[in-house]
Design a protein around this ligand. Structure first.
Ligand code: UFG
Length: 337
């Protein structure tokens, strides 16, 4: 049995689908703070399997303790449950430290208490800040975090380091995601942003469908080919697959150290304007946009060197930016039905 925390969220739900398709038995815990039970139906429709689900908030320490007392057959844990909005984290840092750090500590306490050793952790390319060299390898220095959210990812990685040192049987892999986008090709699950989207792709799809009037392109004088910022956009289906191979590596004890870090991206950077134009091209429509001031805290360019994941996990992204933009658009259309 594989425990997936935050398994009804954007990346979590796609990973649960991939796990079920591989024949894993899955138990999801999710507090539904940024997801809904309809996602469980979507997962069931896609796979024909209804995963076990418990509505549980990982901040509730006694409930987490009880969960692990009840489930004695957990072989691995994929920990997605966390808050992820950079701006919100600046306004409400303590919520972020509680949600992202407190819950990791409770989870690790229960895992070590029960002798459970296989953890896949959701980290982020945010730990690199503006890297001096592109593409970014796992050796790039960790930079001072620009937001409480970014800080929670750095602190979480440090907590994992101390945990594997103290518990030699404990093993973890931290996946440093670049920019996850897209949706399941069935359009049965996808991203469900709360309120005004902060991320580029949901803002584009909501503008295209008429929910938002105009997309603001944050900054046009970056030192990039067209002046707009560059990111590595990875299809959530490819990202989900990376979790499956990382988990299999731990379960087969193929890991080379007790804590490994892998960049998970496509290896290709795209500018904001390139993304908008690719979206318009593949979906045959126009997106209303204007150039706006830079967003504070944004880096100029970030894209992954994925050599390590290619060589060690035998993983690489398969789907294109265009695939992701098509699937994101189908999902937005489905939401509007
Ligand atoms: N952008 C716009 N207009 C928008 C939204 C975004 O121009 O309305 C631009 C941003 O300025 C940035 C790019 O599109 O240049 C991508 O922005 P996103 O918000 O989609 O993604 P980020 O790269 O800012 O954020 C991602 C993750 C965060 C993580 C961060 C760290 O979503 O969780 O990377 O680099 F913290």
């Amino acid at each position: 049995m594989i425990l997936v925390t935050g398994g009804l969220g954007f990346i979590g739900s796609h990973t649960v689908v991939a796990l079920l398709e591989q024949g894993y038995e899955v138990v999801i815990i999710d507090n539904l703070s940024n997801s809904s039970l309809a996602v469980l139906d979507g997962i069931t429709k896609i796979t024909g399997v209804k995963p076990h689900f418990e509505q549980l908030d990982l901040r509730n320490k006694p409930a987490v303790h009880y969960f692990f007392e009840k489930h004695k057959n957990i072989e691995g844990v994929i920990h997605f449950a966390a808050s992820k909005a950079v701006g919100e984290s600046v306004k409400n840092p303590l919520l972020y430290y509680e949600n992202n750090i407190g819950t990791l500590v409770y989870l690790l306490q229960e895992m070590t208490r029960h002798g459970l050793s296989n953890l896949i952790f959701s980290s982020s390319c945010t730990v690199y800040g503006q890297a001096a060299t592109l593409p970014i390898t796992e050796e790039a220095p960790i930079q001072k975090a620009l937001s409480p959210y970014g800080n929670t990812k750095q602190i979480s990685e440090a907590i994992l380091k101390d945990t594997v040192n103290a518990y030699p049987a404990f093993k973890a892999i931290a996946l440093r995601y670049f920019n996850p986008i897209g949706a399941h090709p069935s359009a049965l699950i996808g991203e469900l942003p709360r309120g005004t989207p902060q991320n580029l792709i949901p803002y584009i799809t909501q503008t295209a469908i008429g929910k938002r009037e105009e997309l603001a392109v944050f900054g046009s004088d970056y030192d990039t080919s067209d002046g707009t910022a560059v990111r590595d956009y990875i299809h959530v289906i490819d990202l989900a697959e990376a979790h499956i191979v990382a988990l299999a590596r731990l379960l087969a004890a193929k890991n080379k150290s007790n804590l490994e870090f892998f960049n998970i991206g496509t290896g290709t950077g795209s500018s904001v304007l390139e993304v908008i134009h690719a979206f318009e091209r593949v979906n045959k429509l126009k997106v209303n946009y204007k150039i706006a001031p830079k967003r504070p805290g944004d880096v100029t360019a970030a894209y992954a060197d994925t050599t390590l994941a290619n060589n060690e996990l035998g993983w690489q992204s398969r789907l294109s930016l265009e695939d992701a933009l098509r699937d994101a658009w189908h999902w937005e259309q489905k939401l509007a039905e």
